[in-house]
Design a protein around this ligand. Structure first.
Ligand code: MG
Length: 207
């Protein structure tokens, strides 16, 4: 099986995220720890609210609970709530410049393949919008639903399996379990020929 990462490989998540961060005033990636803190903060607040309002949390409940108005990360959190937790944001993310090249290399191999992607949050309850949005993106962009959404990519690595991913820690864990990793370091210089050769190597010369 060939597993293909979405964000940073097929989906230009970083471009969309940078636009979102810039919108709320963070001008460069050095400040992105705030972004991560914002997600963790909102996750916890969403979980607290779900516990308090088991029948569903409305935006009014959130305002009442001062989720938005009291936070030191006020505008960022407001944007996260409006975008990162919404399926619309995920479903409409742009493609990377090499998406079709990568799909060509993968789909012309003789191996079955699917997408393997992480949800945005560590909290399953906070991932509904992200999960649905990713499914819609796959359906609308690639016309398929062959997708696994899982934070632990390493466990899919077995001899004969390949992971194409831009995150080195995913590649390392996948390889530790016996799989073959193709680390996408730079999309700009990536070629179909290189990918096809790597896939062939990973499949033991059978591609
Ligand atoms: Mg990625």
């Amino acid at each position: 099986m060939i597993y293909v990462d979405m964000d940073g490989v097929l989906v230009d998540w970083y471009k969309a995220a940078a636009e979102l961060v810039n919108t709320v005033g963070y001008k460069n990636e050095d400040e992105w720890p705030n972004w991560t803190r914002g997600i963790d903060f909102v996750d916890q607040r969403v979980l607290d609210l779900r516990a308090k309002y088991p029948d569903g949390v409305t935006e009014q409940d959130m305002i009442y609970e001062r989720v938005i108005v009291d936070s030191p990360l006020r505008s960022l959190i407001k944007h996260l709530l409006q975008h990162i937790y919404s399926e619309y944001w995920w479903a409409t993310l742009p493609q990377t410049s090499k998406m079709w090249d990568i799909m060509e290399a993968v789909s012309t191999s003789e191996s079955p393949w699917c997408l393997l992607t992480k949800p945005i949050s560590r909290e399953p309850l906070c991932n509904e919008g992200c999960t649905l949005g990713k499914l819609i993106w796959c359906r609308c962009t690639l016309g398929l639903m062959a997708i696994i959404i899982d934070r632990d990519k390493g466990k899919y690595g077995h001899p004969g399996d390949i992971l194409i991913d831009d995150e080195l820690s995913n590649i390392d864990k996948f390889k530790a379990n016996g799989g073959y990793g193709i680390h996408i370091k730079d999309l700009e210089t990536l070629t179909v020929e290189y990918l096809k050769a790597e896939i062939k190597k990973g499949l033991g010369g059978k591609a």
